[in-house]
Design a binder for this molecule. Structure first.
Ligand code: Z5A
Length: 223
């Protein structure tokens, strides 16, 4: 099944991203929307950032878990994320969209604006230009911003046993950092209300999933 009206840069697929603070339920909601769309006969690809390709997954490991005396400079962190994104777009996202698939991506360039721009304090205009370069001109057709205050997100992830013992550089950056991320996401949504749909992310999983489906169906009634 292909789409005629949508797709970044004239591609024939649909590019959906999920954004939000840590633990806001992005992965859970992405999988539920994927299931919903597959149930309608669409071919879907679920992916994530950092990651999504062999190179991207290696970079993800460094970005999230690098430790030791030599810390990663903020500028280096930004460029590692951008490198992973360019690879991801060229090797997975672009070919999938060209093949008419729906790509659902857990975080994309809005996370760079929120984390490296607003929270780390790197110049927003520069981050924005780098985002454009690294995403090779591809833009999400719709973005779901899962709106959950960082404290609640941490509360959820602190119950997740499998990742509790892993040191996570960004996750452990402190509450002020994560509040700046949260505000950053809302600034992005205020600038681009057509693309970025805010989804209240507290409450039961199924209720949030219903909100996501409704927003999706309103935006793309023909799909
Ligand atoms: N990063 C960056 O700095 N710059 C960039 O450009 C990009 C990324 C692309 C990726 O971490 C890190 O990279 C991230 C930003 C940075 N660091 N931080 N912080 P990640 O991918 O490992 O993790 P995450 O994206 O931050 O979030 P997460 O831990 O994977 O959570 P989530 O996907 O938003 O939520 P979830 O996995 O669906 O749910 C979390 C838990 O809550 C889980 O146990 C669920 O079962 C539970 N859950 C889900 N929904 C609910 C509801 N409704 N109620 C109760 N419990 C729920």
């Amino acid at each position: 099944m292909t789409f005629n009206n949508v797709g970044s840069r004239g591609g024939r697929g649909l590019f959906i991203t999920f954004e939000g603070p840590e633990g806001s339920g992005k992965t859970t909601q992405l999988q539920l929307l994927k299931k919903y769309l597959e149930g309608r006969g669409h071919r879907c690809v679920a992916t994530r950032e950092p990651g999504g390709t062999a190179l991207g997954e290696r970079l993800r490991e460094v970005i999230k878990h690098h430790d030791g005396e030599e810390t990663i400079a903020d500028e280096a962190e930004l460029l590692l994320i951008a490198a992973g994104r360019a690879q991801h777009v060229r090797k997975l996202i672009e070919p999938s969209l060209e093949a008419g698939k729906i790509v659902l991506c857990d975080r994309f360039y809005d996370s760079t604006t929120a984390y490296q721009g607003y929270a780390r304090g790197i110049d927003i205009n520069f981050v924005s230009r780098l985002n454009e370069y690294a995403s090779c001109g591809f833009k999400p057709d719709i973005t779901f911003l899962l709106d959950l205050v960082p404290e609640e997100g941490f509360e959820r992830t602190s119950r997740r046993i499998e990742t509790l013992l892993l040191n996570d550089r960004i996750e452990s950056a402190g509450i002020d950092f994560h509040l700046a991320v949260y505000d950053g996401f809302h600034k992005i949504a205020a600038r681009e209300p057509e693309r970025v749909k805010i989804v209240p992310a507290d409450g039961p999983v199924e209720l949030i999933s219903q909100r996501v489906r409704e927003l999706f169906d309103n935006a793309f009634p023909e799909i």
